[in-house]
Design a protein around this ligand. Structure first.
Ligand SMILES: [Zn+2]
Length: 258
């Protein structure tokens, strides 16, 4: 990016916080450029902005330019596209989970930012369509995480062994390698046995072009038990540790709820 041009992109607000007395600082995930940090000068002086929702999950159209100062961008124009449709606390918690994941995913230089953007937009609306049952909301959040990890290339298919390549009847997750393998290849390494139900849940999500419609029908068919949810949670904990170096949910509201 050169510092003379303006850039235009749709973006999701991941974080917004007041900066000094009149400005607002944002972290956006933009469709075109991935994650950017940008400030909007005079935010609190402008009547048009005061009434504008800037909570995380809000989708906006953005015009910004590069200041070359601390990699901070400057927002020239921001227009509201959509606000998250939050119905109740469970929805808010699920949305918060999405946002936390996005904040962590986008800390790295991201090549697939466009696909991640589309995934977020389609699943954000899905969370308000699913039943109020907490387990389904978490299934949606976990699905988002699994698909995003796949898009970013951090997750291999659980259907075949990543070491020897055979189709495996029994799948293990190798913690050090962050991949799925067969019983034989798991020997002597720290591993977790993955149940058939979780394997099929993950491999369905790994298939190409998973749409909100297909996800909805998947969730209506698959009823994960508490034990299976727990299993999925442990697996994702290891994955996020491996990818991000820490587990983003450990200090958050969601870990307290589960
Ligand atoms: Zn093997």
């Amino acid at each position: 990016m050169t510092d003379t041009s303006f850039y235009r992109s749709n973006a999701i607000i991941l974080k917004s916080e007041p900066l000094r007395s009149t400005s607002m600082r944002f972290i956006f995930h933009t469709e075109e450029f991935g994650r950017i940090i940008a400030s909007l000068k005079g935010f609190f002086k402008n009547k048009a902005y005061i009434t504008m929702p800037v909570s995380p999950g809000t989708e906006v159209e953005l015009v910004f330019f590069n200041t070359r100062k601390n990699s901070m961008m400057m927002v020239k124009e921001i227009n509201l596209l959509s606000v998250p449709r939050v119905k109740n606390f469970n929805h808010l918690a699920s949305l918060q989970y999405f946002i936390e994941f996005m904040l962590n995913v986008t800390t790295d230089t991201l090549r697939e930012h466009n696909a991640i953007y589309k995934l977020f937009i389609s699943l954000k609306d899905l969370i308000v369509e699913v039943d109020d049952e907490l387990s389904l909301l978490f299934a949606t959040a976990y699905a988002h995480e699994i698909i995003a990890l796949k898009i970013l290339g951090f997750l291999s298919s659980p259907d075949e062994c990543a070491v020897c390549g055979i189709k495996t009847p029994e799948t293990y997750f190798l913690i050090s390698d962050m991949s799925f393998c067969c019983r034989k290849c798991s020997q002597g390494k720290k591993n977790i046995l993955i149940s058939l139900e979780i394997c099929s849940f993950i491999s369905t999500l790994m298939k190409d072009n998973i749409t909100p419609k297909r996800l909805r029908s998947l969730f209506s068919k698959i009823k994960l038990s508490n034990n299976q949810f727990h299993e999925l949670q442990i697996l994702l904990k290891h994955l996020t540790h491996g990818v991000f170096g820490h587990d983003f949910r450990s200090s958050k509201i969601l870990s307290a709820k589960q």
